[in-house]
Write a protein that binds this ligand. Sequence first.
Ligand code: ZN
Length: 352
Amino acid sequence: MRKLASFASLAIFVLPIALGACQASSSASTQPQPQQPPPYYGPGPYGQQPPPYGQPPYGQPPYNPNVPPSAPAQPPPVAPAQRPLLPPLVGVAAWQQELRSILSELLAALNQSNQALVRGIPLVFDPTSEVNAFAGCDEQGAPFLAATSGILEAVDAIAQTKATDELFGTRTYDAYCDAVLPQLVKSDKARAGLPAGIIPANLGGDLRRWSRAREIFDEVLAFTFGHELAHHYLGHTGCAKGQGGSGPDPTKLGRLATVVPLFNQVAEASADSAGAYNSLDAGRARRPQYPWSENGGVTLLDYFARIERAAGQGGPLSLLNPLGVLKTHPNPLARIPLLQAVARTWHQQHPG
Ligand SMILES: [Zn+2]
């Protein structure tokens, strides 16, 4: 808290948030799990040839138990085939609008006292390429939330590739990470967006793929901003008192986000916990649309663990000198078990 206060005295302080990891997939891929149920979005034909174009793989076996999905199974209450197709989410303006909508749903799912603290908090978009999101207080002591261009590009790429892999048994998420993350940790000019050629051309226009990608995009950002929002209503930033505001100059945010050496493991764990609950509550309220699960958080943490791993493999950055988001947060791999434990409790409290 005293640290926060001192940063607040410097014009703007930022509390970079939690980001993702990759451990779930790597550990799963090394240990055959024949008892594991099918993936939560229908039994994707992992390891198989993609089905003929135009033939939906929904509900079609076989599922290969030796190649489990990277995210833990959590069957949705509504079968995928029964969900309406969502329009494609394309471009920065659409991503930003989607995030505003996600934030509204998160706010609506909070209890009244927390809602009163964070209602009207502005969401600002930082144009930098760094993959980050944060909660902070501006020069006037007013709260804000921020998303960088980098995190929107990254979450789009994650969603596009994961949706493709689920539906067609491809390995585009791995291909994306292999192509982009080594560059991302070497240069602050590198972009996290999806390069051309990662998604097979014949799958690019598949509407089910676009629809599923939008669900994943929403689910990952729901956890991300559930966590950020929690930093405000849990009092970690100290400035959220329901006052709203217009937010700071976005061009000041990127610079500050990279220099604040804030690390508070207790606050991060409580923001993870509260953020997970908030995103699960908001997700449940979406039925009969796709209900957000903890998979969004696991996916995010998995991604950040991959970044951390890439940084430790010969680049100028290392675990001792990581990217901004990783130097201000606990090891992403350590956060996944906490998130899963919190989600288990939530599911026990919300059966059916
Ligand atoms: Zn955080």
